[in-house]
Design a binder for this molecule. Structure first.
Ligand code: TYD
Length: 198
């Protein structure tokens, strides 16, 4: 369907996705490719609503799931689909695998979430899951895990990590060890991209 190349970077908070997505984009640009770097939740109306809810009180599980799906539909229609059709490299910082993980951790069936998404959202050519132990990830985001809120966050991220890892073994999925320096992780990512033949 698409003529471009579609790469998604996923992982729990603190694994360095945003930095690595930017670095991978640069690497492709240096190789003469036209790159579209984007992220979810997007800056569009639905994405803004979920971001705002982090400060104003979390949405109900049903509304939250629906808003992420609406945000993604718009992203696919307006940016992802047209960019791939134009032959560009599309790199995303989070996509529907985050919905499987985070809304899955909130109680929805991850496989059902996947089915709903794959009804309209193209599957990437390559999914890079940045993996890090929850302790190390929490340390990177400045939490020590010793308040009630941080304890809840830890449990939640453990569950998210498990759901991400449940995707291992599928042909388009590569797990990237995210311990070490930014340069080391960036190199592992480039190795995974090249090993996939891109
Ligand atoms: P994140 O990329 O961490 O944004 P920021 O760096 O601005 O904080 O994403 C925000 C949160 O949204 C993150 O905790 C994961 C969550 N999220 C979901 O719960 N479901 C989804 O489908 C997506 C895309 C993100």
């Amino acid at each position: 369907m698409s003529r471009g190349l579609f790469i998604v970077i996923e992982g729990i908070d603190g694994t360095g996705k945003s930095t690595q997505a930017a670095r991978l984009s640069e690497w492709f640009r240096e190789r003469g490719r036209e790159v579209v770097l984007s992220r979810e939740p997007t800056a569009g109306p639905w994405g803004r609503k979920v971001r705002e809810s982090a400060a104003t009180g979390r949405l109900s599980p049903e509304d939250e799931l629906e808003y992420f799906l609406n945000d993604r539909r718009q992203h696919v229609d307006e940016l992802i689909g047209p960019s791939l059709a134009a032959g560009k490299v599309v790199i995303l910082d989070r996509y529907y695998f985050s919905t499987m993980a985070y809304q899955g951790a909130r109680g929805f069936d991850p496989l059902e979430i996947r089915r709903k998404n794959e009804a309209f959202a193209p599957r990437p050519d390559l999914l890079l899951i940045l993996d890090l132990e929850v302790d190390a990830a929490l340390e990177r985001i400045g939490a020590r895990g010793d308040t009630a809120n941080e304890f809840e966050q830890r449990e939640n991220l453990e569950r998210c990590r498990e759901i991400f890892m449940s995707l291992c073994g599928e042909g388009f999925v590569r797990v990237v060890d995210s311990q070490g320096t930014l340069d080391e992780v960036a190199q592992r990512i480039r190795d995974a991209v090249e090993a996939s033949g891109f």
